[in-house]
Design a protein around this ligand. Structure first.
Ligand SMILES: [Fe+2]
Length: 380
């Protein structure tokens, strides 16, 4: 047994309350929590918060480090480590790196590239190079002909613990309004209106041909490999009914309050983007995370495209009555996502859980991550 780590004089936030006290960790796990003074001298946190390490289910930030410019591919291990440094600095001790599969007919296939990244994550983990613990979240675009074939090459990867089933066809879900799709993709690709209309027609045809079969094939494979499944951009009661029928665990980015309420009531964990909270609304004009928090149907926040937004988003929601103060807000970024992904050994400051913890102080309204421990080891 190694020497215990004692955190004292800390404002401890557990899954349901907060108090001034101490936490003792032994060999990577929390063995004792108490109010008031610690039985022995330890690390004096001087009244700063001691929070559970954050659990992030959906970040596309790894891809950003791997392709820092269009067509520029950075060495995969270096990309993983740069991404790791950023997430651990944001207080994220468990991260699900999102990788996309499924190619449009005119795109270069990126499955092989994603596989390279998945292999780099596995080798960085094996060599104990990462400070956060990394898993994979495979994002499957079901309207693409090759999506099942592409996803299959990841199925035996032990890091794959979450799969989401997405459909970004114009006229569906996130893009019920086709003009929104035009704005989004037209802005990204700089193509003419006529070309966009042609793409829309083609994608709708492909959707009709492949989507339902691909969806079922992917779900069947996830169930066989005991991988958690997320629905994406649910907009209607029918979408939610399908997600429930298919045994999904998470509803990512529902676009309407109706879909979010129905998902939450059916026991799916409703996940929304923290940047949406920080910016005060959705970039695509759909229902906002804050609205769902106020309605008491928000379960999980995700940093999506800005790692530091996770803690900022949680703090920004702490005064909402239905969220239930800071403990309730922190649950959205720790215990709830851990449970949603099937990780029962972490996600809260509680006896027997992993010592994944953060020291956080405030600079005005801005939470600042001062120190980070993973399994009792100081990593940032
Ligand atoms: Fe989407």
């Amino acid at each position: 047994m190694s020497a215990p780590v004692i955190f004292e004089n800390a404002e401890i936030v557990t899954a349901d309350t907060q108090f001034r006290g101490y936490v003792i960790s032994q060999d990577g796990f929390i063995t004792e929590i108490g109010e008031g003074r610690a039985p022995e001298k330890g690390l004096d946190l001087k009244g700063d918060y001691l929070l559970p390490g954050l659990v992030e289910l959906h970040t596309d930030h790894l891809e950003v480090h791997f392709m820092p410019r269009p067509k520029v591919e950075w060495p995969a291990i270096s990309a993983v480590l740069a991404h790791d440094a950023q997430v651990i600095g944001a207080g994220i001790t468990t991260v699900f790196d999102a990788l996309r599969v499924g190619n449009d007919y005119d795109e270069e296939k990126f499955g092989a590239r994603m596989k390279k990244l998945a292999n780099a994550v596995a080798s960085a983990k094996a060599d104990d190079l990462t400070r956060a613990e990394h898993f994979l979240h495979l994002r499957c675009e079901i309207s693409c002909a090759d999506v099942v074939e592409e996803m299959e090459q990841f199925l035996t990867d032990p890091n794959l613990k979450l799969v989401s089933v997405m459909d970004h066809t114009p006229g569906q879900r996130q893009f019920t309004d086709v003009s929104k799709w035009k704005q989004y993709y037209g802005g990204k690709k700089n193509v003419s209106d006529a070309q966009l209309d042609e793409t829309i027609q083609r994608r709708m045809t492909i959707f009709a041909k492949y989507s339902e079969k691909n969806r079922q094939d992917i779900i069947e494979r996830c169930q066989r490999h005991a991988i958690a499944i997320a629905s994406h951009d649910d907009a209607t009661a029918e979408h939610v009914a399908e997600a429930v029928r298919d045994g999904m665990h998470i509803a990512e980015f529902p676009t309407t309050i109706e879909a979010a309420e129905a998902s939450h009531e059916a026991g799916l964990k409703v996940l929304m983007g923290a940047p949406n909270v920080v910016r005060g609304g959705s970039h695509s004009g759909n229902v906002g995370a804050q609205t769902l928090a106020e309605a008491g149907v928000l379960d999980v926040l995700s940093s999506d495209y800005v790692p530091t937004s996770l803690l900022m988003g949680a703090f920004a929601l702490r005064d909402i009555k239905a969220v239930g103060s800071l403990a309730g807000a922190i649950r959205l970024v720790s215990k709830n996502p851990a449970e949603a992904a099937g990780l029962t050994d972490r996600g809260e400051i509680a006896k027997g859980k992993r010592t994944d913890v953060l020291r956080v102080s405030m600079a005005g309204e801005q939470p600042i991550v001062r120190e980070v421990w993973r399994e009792g080891r100081r990593v940032a």
